[in-house]
Design a protein around this ligand. Structure first.
Ligand code: HEC
Length: 246
């Protein structure tokens, strides 16, 4: 009898557990990651144009990239970038800081991307993403951080190396067989340098276009002069990592 009641109770409660609302910081961090991706997409959509040696001014002003980031964000989420009235202070401050970071990076790279006569200029989505994340981290120090990282055996730029937590999620979760594609990890009450934080990690995978640089043969030089990782289509290429300090 008791067993039947327990069974009945568990059937009642399990679906509710899975329907528990996402934590506020999880929703915020997911939105921030989407905005970060929305900005990077502007650069990747314009990569061929950026690499064109015949055109001087590329028309990729900081205002253009910010405006297009908002368009991409709205397409991805269905809600407006400027619609932050209902959001908390940290959300509003972070989104403003992200736009300012994009603005600053794009202002700095104008001479580089507008140089006529040069084809490949080394300005890639991942380089843009790193520069934006660096600007963002310094603006939001001690509050929120964004980083694009990768598994240790794949990481190109030492600045993007995973920390212990990131490494654990990359290796034990995202690379484990049976990990659901695109499933993120949100961890509450982790510790970073003595501070309690919430952390989000979102996996990213190599598509066909990534393999020119990250694919095979392993060790061969790509267009950037870097060594190819030997990655294969749909391999885990890296992750967006967000820290929210409490
Ligand atoms: C033209 C060559 C090229 C292409 C194409 C390319 N990457 Fe990269 N990628 C690089 C370089 C160079 C870096 C180092 C950037 C830096 O300095 O931070 C990098 C960095 C990264 C990083 C950050 C971690 C690290 O290794 O430093 C990730 C994640 C990543 N790439 C994933 C991808 C994915 C996913 C794609 C396809 C959507 C892609 N890349 C396409 C060259 C490329």
């Amino acid at each position: 009898m008791k067993k039947t009641i327990l069974l009945f109770l568990s059937v009642l409660f399990i679906p509710q557990i899975s329907l528990l609302a996402k934590a506020e910081n999880e929703v915020f961090a997911l939105d921030l990651a989407t905005a970060f991706r929305a900005a990077r997409k502007v650069v990747s959509d314009k990569q061929t144009h950026i690499n064109n040696p015949d055109i001087g001014d590329k028309g990729l002003s900081s205002d253009f990239v910010v405006a297009q980031t908002k368009v991409n964000f709205e397409a991805a989420t269905g809600h407006g970038f400027d619609d932050t009235q209902n959001q908390n202070e940290l959300y509003q401050k972070s989104f403003a800081a992200l736009l300012e970071s994009i603005q600053r990076v794009m202002d700095q790279v104008q001479p580089l991307i507008n140089e006529k006569g040069t084809g490949f200029k080394g300005f890639l989505p991942a380089v843009f993403a790193r520069q934006v994340s660096e600007e963002f981290r310094s603006a939001m120090r001690g509050e929120v951080s964004i980083k694009l990282t990768a598994p240790k055996d794949y990481v190109r730029n030492r600045k993007n190396r995973p920390d212990a937590f990131e490494n654990k999620i990359l290796e034990k979760s995202f690379r484990s067989s049976g990990w659901e594609t695109n499933k993120h990890v949100f961890a509450e009450a982790e510790t970073v340098k003595g501070q309690t934080v919430d952390r989000l990690m979102l996996p990213e995978y190599y598509g066909q276009g990534c393999l020119d640089c990250h694919g095979e043969p392993k060790g061969a030089r790509d267009i950037t002069g870097g060594k190819k990782e030997g990655g294969k289509l749909n391999d885990l290429g890296g992750a967006i990592s967000i820290i929210v300090y409490n």
